[in-house]
Design a protein around this ligand. Structure first.
Ligand code: ZN
Length: 121
C-alpha cells in the first residue's frame, strides 16, 4: 500500500522547503540526510573530546594522601584518622608543625613523621 501523504517541510540540513512523503522525513534529499548524519557523528565526537578535557582539568588529581609531601588539614585527618579538632589541637600545642599558606594551613609530611619521633605522652 503506497502512502499518499504529502507534507510541506523544511529540510533540517539545508533549510530548503520540500515535500515529504512520510512524517518522519527530516531532510530534502539523501545528501542532506548523509550530511546531517556526519555532523551528528562529529558533534558526538566533539562532546566526547570535551568530556575528556573536563576530566583532565579536574582540580584534584587523585594523589593518595600517603604520597603527598605537603598536606592540608583534611589530608592530615585522613592520613591519621583523626578529627580536624584533634589536628588543630596538636598544632596549637606545638606538637605538629603547620604553616599558614594564605588562608590554608599546610602540614608537611615530615612534621607528621616527627610527631611519632618525639616522646610526647
Ligand atoms: Zn536539504
Amino acid at each position: 500500500m503506497s502512502s499518499n501523504i504529502r507534507l510541506e517541510k523544511t529540510c533540517n540540513q539545508c533549510g530548503n522547503a520540500f515535500t515529504a512523503k512520510t512524517t518522519v522525513t527530516q531532510y530534502c534529499s539523501n545528501d542532506c540526510s548523509k550530511r546531517a548524519y556526519k555532523l551528528r557523528k562529529r558533534s558526538a565526537k566533539i562532546d566526547t573530546a570535551i568530556q575528556v578535557e573536563i576530566q583532565k582539568t579536574q582540580p584534584h588529581p587523585t594523589i593518595p594522601v600517603t604520597q603527598k609531601d605537603f598536606l592540608s588539614i583534611d589530608d592530615t585527618c585522613q592520613l591519621l584518622g583523626a578529627s580536624r579538632w584533634t589536628i588543630y589541637r596538636l598544632i596549637d600545642k606545638g606538637q605538629l608543625l603547620a604553616k599558614k599558606l594564605g588562608n590554608r594551613t599546610i602540614i608537611s609530611r615530615k612534621a607528621i613523621d616527627q610527631l611519632f619521633n618525639t616522646s610526647v605522652v
